[in-house]
Design a protein around this ligand. Structure first.
Ligand code: C2E
Ligand code: CA
Ligand code: CA
Length: 502
């Protein structure tokens, strides 16, 4: 049953008290005995007129309270409706209108309390290929597709379909044997990946599904959800449109990942992540003009975890903001020890560029440390621009207005969308290592590198060539007029204490 709000309880008590008081006066005064008693004083004190006045007051008061009661009951209905709306909003995804993570969490904890998990199987579904859709049709179309996928799922199952964070859905079905569940998962996949017609385009979305079910060793629904997530993780490793049913071997991976996550959180808390710096060399004057900060995590003595791994983990676990702030602060403190003309180049993860508070966070750190804005360069990849183009444009434009330089990293690996060069305030283009690896032996790639250098020049941008490992690559790039070089040949990433040796 619905609980009464404090407001309702207060209003009801005022109404009841008021009604009781006036009813009491009214009833008291109409009681014959009182009337007779008062009448006996009639001539002497005109008490019957007083009695009459009180009688009318009691009656009118009662009427007034009844009218107020009616009005207030309407107001209460209105508030109750609003309360219900707010509750609905907090428990549902605004785009698909499906129950959200909060609703799932409360259902799961009630199931776990009642030991009712055994009757469930869980399907964790992740929709992908959204990057292409954003690219092609813009962000609104992504929402339309999400709605359509939600409709397809609710067409298959009337209830127990949840929309979770990002592109994830979760479905709870009754527990069944492995073959049945696999069959059901394939049906789900077939339904949600059927071609979608939108704005005159026919799109093929892709999805992956992880399935897990309760059995004698697993008694909690939260555990089964963890396992279906784990199966989804395995399915994603295999590529697009894959289904995986959880099996205990995956448990080991799950444990490893949980341990990895814990270790990472501890490293972050203890500020145990460090930075190495790789020189950026002006190819015409052969002088170091800056350093790129590259994050390092020494998980155990001599055991380094590649930055792409823990940056991805930080993104997944919501620790990316803390990681970036910690690293940027450290990088600025280190860079303040370098010659004042030396640039600090700092990588920003794609997910972070969608965060509109990024600009303010960066500026707060620079101001706190009195770090000159024009000595900082932010490196972003193309994929970062597509995740939320509006937020990316906001952040990059604001940073650029402050005099911070912006570099487009890994150019040549992603979409290599030339229009992005005009849409964002880039000062620099970094040609990816994969290009530099092959351009000497591939005439077409050589032409592309040459064209990129002249295009960047025309757009008033500098070009950095990444991953230079051989002298002949260096000489060719110098010959083509490439401005800046980076690579093991010119200097490997090294800790701050070793920079003077470079
Ligand atoms: P990136 O930004 O493209 O950085 C260049 C990567 O290439 C670095 O790898 C660097 O060590 C490596 N490299 C440089 N020159 C050469 C070369 O001549 N040969 C070879 N084989 N490799 C070379 P690293 O340090 O492993 O970083 C990998 C990626 O991790 C970076 O790619 C960047 O995307 C990301 N990353 C690194 N540090 C951070 C960070 O602090 N924040 C974020 N968000 N991402 C970071
Ligand atoms: Ca970079
Ligand atoms: Ca790069």
């Amino acid at each position: 049953m619905r609980q009464k709000s404090v407001y309702e309880t207060r209003v009801y008590s005022i109404l009841i008290t008021g009604t009781m008081v006036f009813s009491f006066i009214y009833l008291l005064l109409i009681s014959l005995n009182a009337r007779k008693y008062f009448l006996s004083f009639h001539e002497k004190y005109n008490i019957d007129e007083v009695f009459f006045a009180l009688f009318i007051t009691g009656g009118l008061g009662l009427l007034y309270f009844l009218l107020q009661a009616n009005k207030m009951s309407k107001e209460i209905d209105h508030y109750v409706e609003e309360e219900k709306n707010l509750l609905w909003i907090s428990n549902h995804d605004p785009i698909t209108k499906l129950p959200n993570q909060k609703m799932l969490d409360s259902f799961v904890s009630s199931m776990d309390e009642e030991n009712g998990a055994h009757s469930y199987a869980v399907f964790s579904v992740e929709i992908n290929r959204f990057r292409h859709i954003n690219d092609l049709l813009g962000y609104d179309s992504r929402n339309d597709i999400m709605k359509l996928v939600a409709q397809r799922l609710t067409y298959l199952f009337a209830d127990n379909v949840y929309k979770l964070r990002g592109d994830d859905f979760l479905i709870l079905r009754s527990n069944n044997d492995r073959t049945e569940l696999l069959y059901l998962a394939r049906r789900i996949l077939k339904n949600i990946t059927a071609p979608i017609g939108i704005n005159g385009f026919i799109l093929n979305t892709a999805a992956n599904i992880g399935v897990a079910r309760c059995h004698e060793n697993v008694s909690s629904l939260s555990k089964v959800i963890q396992q279906s997530d784990c199966a989804l993780h395995e399915a994603k490793k295999l590529g697009r449109d894959q289904v995986k049913v959880f099996c205990p071997v995956m448990q080991e991976d799950l444990l490893k990942r949980a341990r990895f996550e814990l270790d990472f959180k501890a490293a972050l808390k203890n500020k145990a992540l460090s930075l190495h710096y790789q020189p950026l060399v002006d190819l015409q004057s052969n002088t170091i003009v800056g350093f790129e900060a590259l994050a390092r995590w020494e998980q155990a003595p001599g055991k380094f975890i590649p930055p792409l791994q823990f940056v991805a983990l930080a993104e997944e676990t919501g620790a990316i903001t803390e990681l970036t702030e910690q690293l940027l602060r450290q990088a600025c403190l280190d860079a303040l020890q370098w010659p004042s003309y030396t640039l600090l180049s700092f990588n920003i993860s794609p997910l972070q560029l969608s965060d509109k508070s990024l600009y303010f966070r960066i500026m707060r750190i620079l101001n706190e440390l009195s770090f000159p804005f024009d000595r900082l360069e932010i490196e972003v990849t193309e994929s970062a621009l597509f995740q939320d183009a509006m937020a990316a444009r906001f952040t990059l434009t604001k940073l650029s207005d402050e005099g911070i330089q912006i570099a487009l990293d890994d150019f040549g690996t992603g979409y290599s969308n030339l229009s992005q060069l005009c849409n964002f305030p880039f000062d620099k283009l970094k040609i990816d290592k994969s290009f530099i690896d092959t351009f000497l032996h591939n005439d077409k790639q050589d032409k592309i590198v040459r064209s990129l250098i002249s295009l960047a020049g025309a757009l008033d941008m500098k070009v950095t060539a990444e991953g230079i490992e051989h002298v002949n690559q260096l000489n060719r790039l110098k010959g083509l007029g490439c401005h800046i070089g980076q690579g093991y040949l010119l200097g490997k990433p090294a800790p701050q204490r070793d920079l003077q040796k470079i």
